[in-house]
Ligand binder design. Structure first.
Ligand SMILES: Cc1cc2nc3c(=O)[nH]c(=O)nc-3n(C[C@H](O)[C@H](O)[C@H](O)COP(=O)(O)OP(=O)(O)OC[C@H]3O[C@@H](n4cnc5c(N)ncnc54)[C@H](O)[C@@H]3O)c2cc1C
Length: 446
């Protein structure tokens, strides 16, 4: 095996995290179980309240997990991979909103039954008469709004930066919901092991967040001091940006990973955008290859050499270390070629690449890919044309893929490109008989 093929990382890290998640959930609910004597749930009001408290504990715990998943801690990325954590964050997000609303509804119905009020009157009584309740209701409202804004159709209709800032308000939820858990939470308001443990979990998550989001990036950027070295046109609407820095030979980076880059100067410093590295680590420079799709990417072609770059990363588990088989099929859609181009240097030889592009002008880095094809024994198929053209339609079908790659079911399949492309290619690959665990996805979407 060539020296630059990284060692494989198995699924153990992911399994350990899943185990921790379920163990944490049991621990979160255990105090209620231990503190609730058998026979105390005698009437409907008490049962409803008990259900509300359990769901509240689950919601509090899931909230902490959500923040932890987005803490950018490298250890979590190594264990589960950024893509999986983003998926978990998305899936758990829906469950969290259901849990928070369920907790609210059950508590209002439960206390309402005890006090003889309907839930709406009970809500008014709680908000006006009980400390920390107003902030608790506010936090539930913010969380629900964040959830609604995260529905893909809603999200796509607003500028990304606006969506991101709205999404960040979840930190406010963490803060606003904190008080009522300790002043009113049946299991938490009394000093003791449970209260201390819950507090410790909060403090731990905040420390991890500060480390992952602030301290580690500051150290990274002080260490590597990235700057723009050159900007090169790759096609009519695609550029490559070369970055230099210090100690790049010590940077831990795998082909397929990406950074959030913030280019200082030229009025771009206030935005950071994710871009994959489009060449494997070489110790001297990093390269990203960018397709102009909007205002920000258009500005990048005007970057000055020498300009400072703030980077957060490297992130992502779409790398050769995640392979499960010796051979691979890689399918790139448009600019989705960038991480795949870098991975081609690190996957074992003998891979097949299908590069989908709408027009010949959309094919970038072709000379490098053809060179790599010779050096690393790759089969490369450029599949050019609209989705509805007979050629691309034929290749991008279960039969077409099997014809091109007869041993497809035994290979790892790597898919990268815009979300719509990855989604439809994923379905085709699944229909062609490749097991789920052999399919690796990188949609250019966070
Ligand atoms: C993990 C990852 C790796 C990527 N790698 C590459 C790459 O190697 N080459 C490349 O050309 N593109 C890459 N992209 C896509 C690239 O980030 C967007 O095309 C770019 O941010 C668009 O910015 P814009 O303002 O010019 O366009 P807009 O028209 O404003 O945005 C187009 C779309 O890009 C996304 N987007 C916009 N701003 C951001 C942001 N700040 N953060 C995240 N997403 C945003 C949104 O989904 C938006 O709908 C990658 C995206 C992700 C998530």
């Amino acid at each position: 095996m060539p020296a630059n093929v990284p060692a494989r990382r198995g699924a153990t890290g992911r399994r350990v995290l899943v185990l921790f998640f379920w163990a944490g959930l049991v621990l979160a609910v255990l105090p209620w179980w231990l503190a609730t004597p058998a026979g105390s749930l005698s009437d409907t009001g008490a049962v409803t309240l008990a259900a509300g408290r359990i769901v509240g504990l689950v919601a509090g715990y899931v909230m902490l997990v959500q923040v932890l998943l987005m803490s950018r801690l490298r250890l979590l990325d190594r264990l589960a991979g950024e893509e999986l954590m983003t998926r978990w964050h998305r899936d758990i997000g829906g469950a969290l909103i259901v849990a928070v609303l369920g907790h609210m509804a059950l508590i209002l119905v439960g206390y309402g039954a005890l006090d003889g009020f309907n839930p709406l009157v009970e809500a008014r009584v709680l908000i006006t008469g009980v400390p920390d309740m107003l902030t608790a209701f506010l936090s539930a409202g913010i969380l629900t709004a964040v959830g609604l804004f995260s529905i893909r159709a809603v999200r796509n209709a607003m500028p990304y930066e606006l969506w991101r800032w709205l999404h960040m308000s979840t930190y406010l939820v963490l803060y606003l919901s904190f008080g009522h858990q300790f002043s009113l939470g049946q299991q938490l308001f009394q000093p003791g092991v449970v209260r201390t443990g819950w507090l410790a979990a909060y403090v731990g998550v905040v420390v991890v967040l500060a480390y992952g989001r602030v301290i580690a990036p500051v150290f990274f950027n002080l260490r590597y001091r990235l700057r723009v070295a050159d900007v090169v046109a790759e096609g009519p609407d695609t550029i490559s940006i070369y970055l230099t820095g210090r100690r790049l030979d010590r940077l831990k980076l795998l082909g397929g990973q990406w950074f959030r880059f913030r280019f200082m100067g030229r009025g771009l410093w206030w935005q950071s955008h994710p871009f994959s590295v489009s060449a494997a680590k070489n110790g001297r420079w990093l390269r990203l290859t960018v397709k102009v799709v909007g205002a920000y990417t258009r500005e990048l072609s005007e970057l000055d050499s020498g300009g400072r770059v703030w980077a957060i990363g490297p992130r992502g588990s779409f790398t050769a270390a995640q392979r499960t088989a010796q051979r691979s099929l890689l399918i790139a859609g448009g600019i989705g070629i960038t991480p795949i181009r870098a991975m081609l240097e690190e996957l074992p030889p003998g891979a097949t690449l299908i590069y989908r592009a709408s027009t010949p002008a959309d094919v970038v880095l072709q000379r490098e890919i053809d060179w790599l094809a010779r050096a690393r024994d790759l089969d490369v198929w450029y599949v050019i044309g609209a989705r509805t053209d007979p050629g691309p339609r034929q290749v991008m079908s279960p039969n077409g893929l099997r014809r091109l790659v007869p041993d497809l079911a035994g290979r790892d399949v790597w898919l990268c490109g815009p979300p719509g492309f990855v989604e439809s290619a994923h379905k085709i690959v699944r229909r062609s008989g490749v097991p789920r665990k052999k399919i690796h996805l990188a949609a250019f979407e966070l």
